[in-house]
Ligand binder design. Structure first.
Ligand code: C2E
Ligand code: MG
Ligand code: MG
Ligand code: MG
Length: 289
């Protein structure tokens, strides 16, 4: 549209781009200091078994409180960090912090940590995982690593070797945002995932009047079952969505319907009180974000 509406509009358009680019640079610079300034934290969102409404694991989600700009979303800063090696530092920090936190939880809830492709492919990733486990004394089976299909565009031999060595360590592997890439099925065949997270985009539009056929959810669940993998429906917000994914056999549900991401203090308080039940659509007692 900018191209068609004359010279003035075009200038405006490029000025916008330049602003975006310098914002990117500012964010990258800020991110370099964010770690040692203590501006990064992890919040934890419950993954709930919809049959009993009890929490089985928590996904660690990075939060950045910028001193001038306020909270910055990971969907903005993670891609910027991924353009440089910064993601490896940030990812390593998240891994260690999440293991330390989870090791303090009473009970056996797992912790899931997001791992970016660059971090997964870095030469000492297996070592970082082993060292985070050793330092925290978290049992490997309580750690789950979430990777996306973007990992699989890397060198085949290296990806498969890393995947296998992580499984040998005893950690669990989850495929995040399943169904959004080009070759989800091919990757499932190649790598023995423990869990498949059905992307939000399939969940959101799946009820009355939506634009996703709910048969897709049924198909993913049945495929996963036959491969002996667990399924998670991501981004469940409404009661009718919960009913649908539950009826169609999703093992776990993650979404605002049960809870937004919580601070670690909120998680600890709940677990220490033995309060493992999350009521769907319950009052928003916790609002970490
Ligand atoms: P993700 O791994 O797919 O995480 C799920 C995202 O969905 C989170 O967004 C979560 O807050 C959001 N979500 C959960 N339930 C609902 C819901 O019911 N409705 C809606 N609309 N959203 C829901 P968040 O925390 O903003 O994170 C965005 C992405 O940033 C993550 O997507 C992940 O790809 C990345 N990310 C976050 N933390 C890390 C990290 O420590 N390392 C890496 N590499 N990436 C991270
Ligand atoms: Mg994730
Ligand atoms: Mg996801
Ligand atoms: Mg995502």
């Amino acid at each position: 549209a900018a191209k068609e509406s004359g010279k003035g509009a075009f200038r405006f358009y490029t000025a916008d781009l330049k602003d975006d680019a310098s914002r990117g640079v500012r964010i990258e610079e800020g991110l370099r200091d964010a770690l040692h300034r203590g501006e990064l934290t992890l919040n934890y969102q419950p993954l709930v078994d919809p049959k009993s409404d009890t929490v089985k694991s928590f996904e660690a989600l990075m939060r950045w409180q910028h001193p001038d700009e306020g909270p910055i979303s990971p969907s903005l800063f993670i891609p910027i960090a991924e353009q440089t090696d910064l993601i490896i530092k940030l990812g390593d920090w998240a891994l260690r912090q999440a293991c330390m936190d989870a090791a303090r939880w009473p009970g056996d809830a797992r912790v899931a940590v997001n791992v970016s492709a660059k971090q997964f492919m870095s030469s000492d990733f297996r070592k970082s995982v082993a060292s985070a486990l050793a330092a925290s004394e978290l049992p490997p089976a309580r750690l789950e690593l979430e990777i996306t299909e973007s990992v699989f565009v890397g060198d085949v031999e290296h990806v498969d070797k890393t995947f296998a060595s992580l499984k040998r360590l005893g950690v669990r592997m989850a495929m995040d945002d399943f169904g959004t890439g080009y070759s989800s099925l091919g990757y499932l065949k190649r790598a023995p995932f423990d869990k498949i997270k059905i992307d939000q985009s399939f969940v959101h539009g799946c009820t009355e009047g939506g634009d996703t056929n709910p048969a897709i959810i049924t198909a993913i669940v049945s495929l996963a079952k036959s491969l002996e993998m667990e399924t998670v429906a991501e981004g469940v917000e409404a009661m009718d969505e919960l009913k649908l994914v539950k009826d169609r056999g999703a093992d776990f549900v993650q979404g605002y319907i049960y809870s937004r991401p919580l601070t670690h203090e909120q998680v600890l308080e709940r677990l220490e009180n033995g309060n493992l039940v999350f009521r769907p659509n319950g009052p928003p007692r916790y609002r970490a974000d």
